[in-house]
Structures are given as C-alpha cells and as structure tokens.
Design a protein around this ligand. Structure first.
Ligand code: HEM
Ligand code: CU
Length: 444
C-alpha cells in the first residue's frame, strides 16, 4: 500500500484558524495537543483556573482533510492536578477517542483515527466529572474539510461559546472557584465567546473590509446552554447548520447546540461595527456573550444611510441585579440507621460515584478508593472534613499517592451523615453510623 505523506498539524488559538488545506490527497497528520491548567482572566478583575487544550479557551483549532489518517498525541502537563482525555466528535470509535486517551499528569497517550466524515466538529474532555471538565474550558473545534475543500473566502475566524459557573456573581472580583450547584442548575454567572468577557471587543475585535467575504467557524462547548448565534446587522448568506455539509441560505440566527457547531458565511457590504451575540440576549449584555466585527471601507448610502452609534451596543456593565438564590427543597431527615443507608446510597450515586466509582474502587492515579480505604477508616472525622470542605494536596491511600483536588460538595450535615454512613457500611469498610451531630462536631 502507498505510504501517506506525513504532515504536522498547524494548531491555532482563537480567533485565528489554520490556513485552508490545499492538498488534493490524503495525508498522515500528526496532532500534538497539550493539556494545561492555568489561571487566566475571565473578566476585568476576575480570574479563573481554566483547564485547557493548548493553554487557552477554546482549545487549539485543528484543521484536517476528509480521509486523512490522524496520529493524535495528548500530553497532560506535569503541573496539572487532574487526569484528562479527549472525545473528538470527528472520530468514529469508542468515546470519540476518550477510551484511548485517559492521561494522568506528566503523561502522554497516542491513538490513530481516520477522518471518515467531513464537517466542523467539537472536541472536549470526557473525564469524570465530565460536566466539570467542560465547564472549566476543555473544548475546541476540529474542521474536517471535504475532499474538494471549502469555497475560498477573504477572512476566516474561530468563535466558540461557553458557559461558566463561578462562586461569585458576574463581576465579583478575584480568583473565582467553580460552583457545582450553579452548574447543576444550569445557571451560569458567565456566558462568553472565546473564554473571557471582552475577548472579541475593543482592540480584540474581528476585522474585515467592505466587499470581503467572512467565514465564522462557530462552536459551542456548553456545558449546558444552546446558543442562538446572531450577528447584529448582518444576514448570513450561508449557514452550514450544525457544522454539516448542506448550506442553508439567508439566515438571521442559527442554533448552535451544546457540543455542536455551525459555519456561517456573509459578505461585509456596509462599514461599521457588527455585534456577535447569543440572542438569548441577557447572556449577551449581562453575562458576556458579546463580540464585535469591525468592517472598514467606503459607505454606500444606498445600502445603508444612517450612522451607527457604537454606544448603544456596549454591555450594560456592572449594574447587574442579583437574583435571589433558589431555595433547595427540604432534604429528607433519617430517623434510623437503615434510612440513613437508603438515603446515603442515592446521595453517593449523585455526588461521589462519578469519581470514586460504583463500588468505591476509585481510579488508580486519579481518584482514591473509598473501598477498604486505610485513609478513611483510620479517621472518620477527618474523612467527614474531606466531604464537607473538599481536599487538595498529597495524600496516601492504600499505599498509593494522590495529589489532586476533590471539590467542596454542597451537602448539608444531614446529607454528609447519610452518605458517610453508606460509605462506611459498604465495600469492606469498618461500619458504624455517622450522625449530623458528629458531622457538626467533626468540624468544630
Ligand atoms: C478524596 C469521599 C466526592 C475526588 C476523598 C477521601 C474521601 C472522599 C473519604 C479521602 C481519601 C480516601 O479515603 O480515599 C468522598 C465522598 C464524596 C466524594 C463521600 C461524595 C459525597 C468526590 C468527587 C470527586 C472526588 C465528586 C471528583 C470531582 C476526590 C479526590 C480525592 C478524594 C481527587 C483525593 C484528593 C487529594 O489528592 O488531595 N474523597 N468524595 N471526590 N476525592 Fe472524594
Ligand atoms: Cu479534563
């Protein structure tokens, strides 16, 4: 069989995309993508610990051709606290590659795939808890060009939406931790393009000249929201809906699903500022999902006569109202140890199983076991503290070192008592009953 030529993939950070593929034949494309966990700006005065494919959110743009054979390398930087993997929607195979790329900090994994279908595809991390990894920014786009390539345009850009869940409200300053409860409620503090408020405004605005054709590769990492993608003042001449092969003509707003994409194309006919939004419009003006395209060139008064006032398009700033927090429903109160075990079982499935696994066996190198855990059984009050406050730093469980992070879980004393009683009475642990009073005194 013929050997394919070997090509190293060009990878770019948003809003840039790699050059169109001019090859008329398949190649073996080597992709090297490095995962890092980095503190970066979410908004002015607000930082966040993003988990990234390549150092930024969204992850590096990957561009290949249909029938290419890809040799995919996933490296996880030694400074990472968590294992990661990758599910590329362009891959046909188990987990889209996730099953082959579970990568501990300081490790590298490799797998091969053949790009069978053309289209614009999302990739994302699929390590438990999956929602948390995606919510921290672990997504990007891979374009598989059809054999004949995409029609030539003058400008191409990469725009990807994501929703973020911070402990503080929109604009609350400082390094903001992830908020699991807001994520479960699908109630983001931020909805942004390209990883931060202002990533596509002011000096960062996209640009084009009058008469140029513009293509936007639009993705949505979610994890929760569907985007109603719209450019104020433009009509998309073509939309390859959901990133597929058929163009819809003359579209105002296109839905981009969580974990989906769209290619939009238009000609810049009239100079001025065009605002990219999620047309679920509070997200745009109050949560950050707003970008800008500056079109420069000669006016044609026949096409558009008026003057565009930039002021009215600016975000409303810090005058966001804080909505009252929704009350969590009254949790069931256990009146016996049996009832505690019953309630604890459900709590375990909902809050712990994603990491510590169904039989408490954990995942070696990533999540310590709770089954026959010497760490747990030696000091139950210490374990209660772990559940109540989370845990960071190195610990040794059954002879294995773990140096990772367990998030603080929003559980009541009653719930912690129930889940700990369940854990203590299963998988070879030492038994007993934990009461809410013990949970309170363990933390006193
Ligand atoms: C550590 C319990 C949820 C990740 C621990 C430990 C306990 C524990 C007792 C101490 C080590 C051991 O005995 O094995 C629980 C319970 C949970 C829960 C009862 C649910 C209520 C989670 C979740 C995650 C997680 C959702 C993943 C996001 C970890 C990690 C450590 C740990 C990474 C080690 C931390 C370090 O290296 O410092 N957990 N856990 N746990 N847990 Fe959890
Ligand atoms: Cu991850």
């Amino acid at each position: 069989p013929l050997e394919l030529p070997i090509v190293k993939a060009e990878l770019t950070d948003a809003p840039l995309v790699p050059a169109p593929i001019t090859r008329k034949h398949a190649a073996k494309v080597v992709v090297q993508l490095e995962v890092t966990e980095v503190v970066k700006k979410m908004a002015d005065g607000v930082d966040y610990t993003f988990w990234t494919f390549g150092g930024s959110v969204p992850g590096k743009f990957i561009r290949i051709r249909q029938h290419d054979e890809v040799e995919f390398h996933l490296m996880n930087h030694p400074d990472s606290k968590n294992p990661h993997n990758i599910d590329l929607h362009a891959v046909t195979g188990p987990g889209g590659g996730a099953a082959s790329t579970f990568t501990a900090p300081g490790h590298e994994t490799v797998f091969n795939f053949k790009a069978l279908n053309p289209g614009l595809y999302v990739y994302h991390c699929a390590t438990a808890p999956v929602g948390m990894h995606i919510a921290n920014g672990m997504y990007g786009l891979i374009m598989v060009e059809p054999e004949e390539g995409l029609p030539a345009v003058d400008k191409e850009y990469y725009v990807m939406q994501g929703d973020f869940y911070t402990k503080g409200a929109f604009g609350a300053p400082g390094l903001q931790p992830f908020d699991m409860e807001k994520a479960l409620d699908e109630n983001p503090s931020y909805v942004v393009f390209n990883g931060s408020v202002g990533s596509l405004t002011g000096d960062n605005a996209l640009t084009a000249k009058v008469g140029e054709t513009v293509r936007l590769f639009v993705g949505n990492g979610g994890p929760n929201l569907i985007s109603s993608f719209h450019v104020i003042g433009e009509i998309f001449d073509n939309v390859y809906a959901e990133g597929g092969s058929t163009a819809n003509k003359n579209i105002q707003t296109t839905l981009v699903p969580a974990g989906g994409a769209a290619i939009t194309e238009f000609k810049a006919d009239v100079p001025g500022n065009y605002v990219l939004v999620d047309h679920s419009i509070f997200r745009a003006f109050n949560k950050g999902a707003l970008g800008m395209l500056k079109v420069e060139g000669a006016e044609d008064k026949k096409l558009y006569s008026g003057q565009i006032v930039q002021k009215i398009y600016q975000p409303e700033g810090s005058t966001v109202q804080e909505m009252p927090m929704s009350k969590t429903p009254l949790a069931a109160v256990a009146s016996s140890k049996d009832m505690r075990l019953e309630l604890g079982k459900t709590l375990y499935a909902q809050n712990c199983q994603a990491c510590h696994q169904a039989e408490g066996q954990g995942i070696k190198g990533a999540f310590p076991p709770l089954a026959k855990s010497d760490y747990l059984n030696a000091d139950v009050n210490r374990a209660i503290g772990v559940v109540a406050h989370g845990l960071e730093g190195q610990i040794k469980v059954n002879g294995e070192l773990y140096n990772s992070t367990m998030p603080k879980l929003k559980l009541s004393d009653e719930e912690i008592a129930n889940v700990m009683t369940y854990v203590l009475n299963n998988w070879g642990n030492k038994g007993g009953e934990v009461t809410p009073a013990q949970v309170r005194s363990a933390q006193a």
